[in-house]
Write a protein that binds this ligand. Structure first.
Ligand code: ADP
Ligand code: MG
Ligand code: ZN
Length: 471
C-alpha cells in the first residue's frame, strides 16, 4: 500500500525581549547558574507576576508576520504540573484565548507553492534547566531560563514530508529573525519543536493516529526523527499492528525513538485562568502601530533581490534564509556592480568554508566590503579566478582586506610579456612530446601546455596571453 505522511508542528521560540516575562530580570542567554533570577521567577510565595508589555508586542508581531488574526480579548492560564525546573509547579501559559489565530506560512517545494496553516500562537514562560551530568550525587537546577518569554506556534497537520517540515521551519525561522522576535539560535535552545506524525493510506481523507516527539532542537534531528517515525508507523501497520497515541522520545545519537507515555498516562494539566493576571485587551490601534513597524519580510526581500539585483530565485531564496547573511549580501552589493558574482561567492565558497570550519554567518571575519573588493579584483583582471579562491581562504584565516593579501603575497596576474615568455620557453623545452603533437595537428596538446605554464606561475599568468605566446 502507498502511505502518506502527515505532520503538524508545535514550535517554541524564545523571545528576544530585554527582560523576562513577569519580572525585570535580564533575558540574556547563559550567565552563571542562578544569577539571572529574583524571588518572582524562582517562584517564591507571595510574589506576583507583572506582564512584560513587550512580550505581547513580540507575539503580535509574530502573528502579523505569519498572516494570523490578532485576538481582541486574551487571557493567561495556569498549566499545572510538578517538575523541579518549574518552581511554582505551574506554568503560566494561554489556553483557550491565545494572542494569534488562523494564520499561514507559504512554502515552495519543487516549484509548487502551498500554505501551511497556523492554528494559533500563544504566549508562555519557559522553565528552568536541570543539570544532570556534572555531579554524581544528584541533579542541580539552574533557574536563569525560568520566566524567559516564549511563543508557541502550532500548525495544522498540513505538512506531508520531512522536506516540507524543513522548509516550513526555515521560513518560520527567517520570519522570526527578520522581525527580531527571536534570534532562533537552535544551539541555545531558542527554537525547538514538538513533532506530531501520523500516516494514512494515500487518498484517504481521515487522519491516522498520531504520535508526538518533544523538544527537538536541531534541523537535522527533526528531519531524521520524522523519517524514522514515519517508517516505524508504516512498519507497524504493515505487520498487522496498530499505532497508539503516545509521546515518544527521540534519541538522535542512536537514530531511534522510544515510547515515553501513552495517551492514558497523559497528564491532566488542570488548566484554569491565572488569577494574578487580568485579561489583556488588544485594541486595533496597538495592532496597527505594530503592523506599521514591521520590517521587510523574507518573502518580500526575496522578490526584491530578484528584481533589483537580477539574481535567480534560487540564489535569492538561499540568501534570505538568514537575516545576517542577507545583510552581508546587500552591503557587499552596495560596493560592487556585480551582484551575481557576490551571490555566487556566498552560495559557493562562503557557505562551504563556514561549514568546513563549523562557523556561523555571524563569525565571518571580514567585512562585506572586502568580498565586494575581491569581486572587483577579479573583474578588473588583477587576480585570476583560481587565485581568488586562495585569497578567499586567506580572508577567512586573517580577516584581512583582499587587496592587502594580494600585495603581501604577490598574487597579481602577471601580464609582463617578457617574464611570461621566459616561462613559455621553458615549458616548450621541457615538453617536446606535446610540442611535436601540436605541430603535427593535435590542437588539444596546446591546452596541456597552457596548463603547465599556469602551474609554473602558480596560477598567476593570464591564460589568454600564455596561449598567444605559446602559439
Ligand atoms: P496537543 O495539545 O495534545 O498536543 P493539539 O490539538 O494542540 O494537541 O495538536 C498538536 C499538533 O498535532 C498540531 O500541530 C496538529 O497539527 C498536530 N496533529 C493533530 N492531529 C494530527 C494527526 N492525525 N497527524 C499528525 N499531526 C496531527
Ligand atoms: Mg502537543
Ligand atoms: Zn526574575
Amino acid at each position: 500500500m502507498n502511505y502518506e505522511v502527515v505532520i503538524g508542528l508545535e514550535v517554541h521560540a524564545e523571545l528576544s525581549t530585554k527582560s523576562k516575562i513577569f519580572c525585570s530580570c535580564t533575558n540574556e542567554f547563559g550567565g552563571l547558574p542562578n544569577t539571572h533570577c529574583c524571588p518572582g521567577c524562582i517562584g517564591m510565595p507571595g510574589t506576583l507576576p507583572i506582564l512584560n508589555r513587550s512580550v505581547v508586542e513580540y507575539a503580535i508581531k509574530a502573528g502579523l508576520a505569519t498572516n494570523c488574526a490578532i485576538s481582541k480579548y486574551t487571557k493567561y492560564d495556569r498549566k499545572n504540573y510538578f517538575y523541579p525546573d518549574l518552581p511554582r509547579a505551574y506554568q503560566i501559559s494561554q489556553y483557550d484565548l491565545p494572542v494569534c489565530v488562523d494564520g499561514f506560512i507559504e512554502i515552495e517545494i519543487g516549484g509548487v507553492k502551498k500554505k501551511v496553516r497556523i492554528e494559533r500562537i500563544h504566549i508562555e514562560e519557559d522553565a528552568g534547566k536541570l543539570v544532570h551530568d556534572e555531579w554524581d550525587t544528584g541533579s542541580l537546577v539552574d533557574y536563569n531560563r525560568s520566566g524567559v518569554p516564549l511563543v508557541e506556534i502550532v500548525t495544522r497537520p498540513d505538512m506531508r514530508s520531512a522536506e516540507e517540515a524543513r522548509i516550513f521551519l526555515e521560513n518560520l525561522k527567517a520570519i522570526l529573525q527578520f522581525t527580531e522576535v527571536s534570534d532562533c539560535k537552535m544551539q541555545e535552545g531558542s527554537l525547538r519543536a514538538d513533532v506530531n506524525i501520523s500516516v494514512r493510506p494515500k487518498g484517504s481523507e481521515k487522519l491516522g493516529v498520531r504520535t508526538e516527539m518533544k523538544n527537538l532542537n536541531s534541523f537535522r534531528a527533526i528531519i531524521r526523527a520524522i523519517e524514522a517515525e514515519a517508517q516505524r508507523q508504516i512498519d507497524e501497520i504493515e505487520s498487522g499492528s496498530r499505532i497508539y497515541r503516545e509521546t515518544r522520545r527521540w534519541d538522535d545519537s542512536k537514530g531511534v525513538s522510544y515510547s515515553m507515555r501513552s495517551k492514558e498516562e497523559a497528564q491532566d494539566y488542570r488548566y484554569f485562568p491565572e488569577p494574578d493576571l487580568p485579561p489583556v485587551i488588544i485594541n486595533e490601534e496597538w495592532v496597527e502601530g505594530i503592523r506599521q513597524s514591521l520590517p521587510e519580510l523574507p518573502e518580500a526581500r526575496k522578490n526584491r533581490y530578484i528584481q533589483e539585483y537580477e539574481i535567480p530565485p534560487y540564489d535569492a531564496g538561499l540568501i534570505i534564509s538568514s537575516k545576517v547573511l542577507s545583510e552581508f549580501f546587500e552591503k557587499a552589493c552596495s560596493k560592487t556592480a556585480n551582484a551575481k558574482a557576490v551571490s555566487n561567492w556566498i552560495m559557493g565558497d562562503l557557505l562551504r568554508i563556514l561549514k568546513e570550519r563549523i562557523m556561523e554567518v555571524e563569525d565571518i571575519p571580514f567585512s562585506p566590503e572586502c568580498l565586494a573588493k575581491m569581486v572587483d579584483l577579479i573583474d578588473k583582471g588583477t587576480i585570476s579566478g583560481t587565485i581568488a579562491k586562495k585569497v578567499f581562504e586567506r580572508m577567512f584565516d586573517s580577516g584581512k582586506d583582499p587587496e592587502v593579501i594580494v600585495k603581501e603575497e604577490g598574487l597579481e596576474v602577471v601580464t609582463d610579456e617578457g617574464a611570461l615568455l621566459e616561462v613559455v620557453r621553458k615549458i616548450i623545452i621541457n615538453n617536446p612530446g606535446s610540442v611535436t603533437d601540436y605541430m603535427g595537428g593535435k590542437k588539444k596538446a596546446l591546452g596541456f601546455l597552457i596548463g603547465q605554464a599556469m602551474k609554473e606561475t602558480k596560477g598567476r599568468a593570464d591564460p589568454q596571453l600564455i596561449s598567444k605566446l605559446l602559439i
